[in-house]
Design a protein around this ligand. Structure first.
Ligand code: FES
Length: 164
């Protein structure tokens, strides 16, 4: 009988602590999961980029295509802009080149008057299939692996380096 008030007090303390712990867990665990989930998330971007119907690209004329790809790696989010040129030789043959100059990385553009890609930074020139033909670029433009499915053109990332 003498211990009864103390036991009641202990019981109330224990009950309050249990309820507090439960509320803490209900709020804390989802918060921790939310904060940690980006670090557990796998990268979901595909390496295959759709460029649309092949027939959209005229034969013999390099046609520019741009896209942005976002990579998620934990909390880090990186966006990369890609520029490329689609060159159709005939109905079925197509090659796709990067617009990044192989000298110091400036973006080349197609100049139909001279039939060259020209890098504006140091006047590097490339022919229609990306071969370096004058100026400082040490090797051809990088090229993308292509695939055609149901008349649609796709490229695979990243582009591959071609030797000089
Ligand atoms: S960056 Fe293209 S020629 Fe220098």
């Amino acid at each position: 009988m003498k211990n009864s008030p103390l036991n009641r007090r202990d019981f109330i303390k224990g009950t309050v602590a249990a309820i507090g712990g439960l509320i803490g867990a209900l709020i804390g665990i989802p918060s921790i999961v939310y904060l940690l989930s980006p670090s557990l998330r796998a990268e979901e971007d595909s390496d295959s980029i759709a460029l649309g119907p092949l027939e959209n690209y005229p034969i013999g004329v390099p046609t520019r295509f741009d896209f942005t790809r976002t990579k998620v790696n934990g909390w880090e989010r990186t966006s990369v802009n890609y520029g490329l040129f689609v060159v159709r030789k005939n109905e079925n043959e197509v090659r796709v080149f990067s617009d990044i100059c192989t000298h110091l990385g400036c973006r080349v553009s197609w100049h139909p008057d001279v039939q060259h890609y020209i890098s504006p930074c140091h006047d590097g020139h490339f022919d229609i299939v990306g071969n370096n033909i004058s100026g400082p670029p040490p090797r051809p433009l990088d090229e993308f692996v292509t695939k055609i499915e149901n008349g649609n053109l796709f490229v695979l990332l990243p582009p591959f380096k071609r030797s000089a």
